[in-house]
Design a protein. Structure first.
Length: 194
């Protein structure tokens, strides 16, 4: 689930951990994407030309080498974060399907860019009760609202942390989260049938 940024983030440990989740193909792509940074390391005598050409020909750099580049280039660090985020989303979707519990993690932005579902978690228990929760944001407001939906057969219960939701009214955040849930449910049904 999405959460507020943690002020006690330990980048010395966290960034190396993220890098350890990259596979060979990711690292080879990383070299291609940030060639200038590797060339700068050659100029600074931190990397030999031989090693650089090996990287360009498909050899994966070590985690330590990737970390050096990420520490000198904010864009490289952001690339690593986004790549691991994509891999994590995919992994959680696969785990949910393999476990058969319907757990899903996803990010979704509406076509008009006005509503974003930052995260969605879908769980189905042994009684067929579906629990949907997520963080929903409107582009026109800085707030992120936490939404919970319970689906029991044809009965739906919901709550939202926005002002309307606090009074028990059906708000756009609940509707958007439910629509995203339906979209992903249909997607998984297509995968299973195909």
């Amino acid at each position: 689930m999405a959460s507020e940024p943690n002020s006690s983030v330990d980048e010395e440990k966290d960034l190396p951990f993220l890098i350890s989740l990259l596979d060979k193909e990711d690292k080879v792509e990383f070299v291609q994407k940030f060639r200038k940074d590797f060339q700068q390391q050659i100029e600074e005598k931190k990397l030999s030309k031989t090693a650089y050409y090996k990287f360009l020909n498909g050899y994966a750099p070590s985690d330590e080498r990737v970390l050096e580049i990420a520490e000198m280039d904010e864009n490289a660090k952001e690339w690593i974060i986004e790549r691991v985020k994509e891999k994590s989303k995919k992994a959680l979707e696969i785990i949910g399907r393999l476990r058969g519990d319907g757990s899903v993690y996803a990010n979704y932005t509406s076509a008009d860019k006005k509503v974003q579902v930052k995260a969605i978690l879908i769980e189905e228990d042994e009684h067929g009760i579906i629990k949907i929760s997520g963080d929903v944001a409107n582009s026109s407001e800085p707030n992120i609202y936490h939404v919970k939906i319970l689906v029991i057969n044809d009965w739906v219960s919901f709550s939202c942390s926005c002002e309307a939701g606090a009074h028990g009214f059906l708000c756009p955040h609940v509707i958007k989260l439910y629509n995203v849930y339906r979209k992903y449910t249909n997607k998984f049904e297509e995968v299973e049938e195909g």
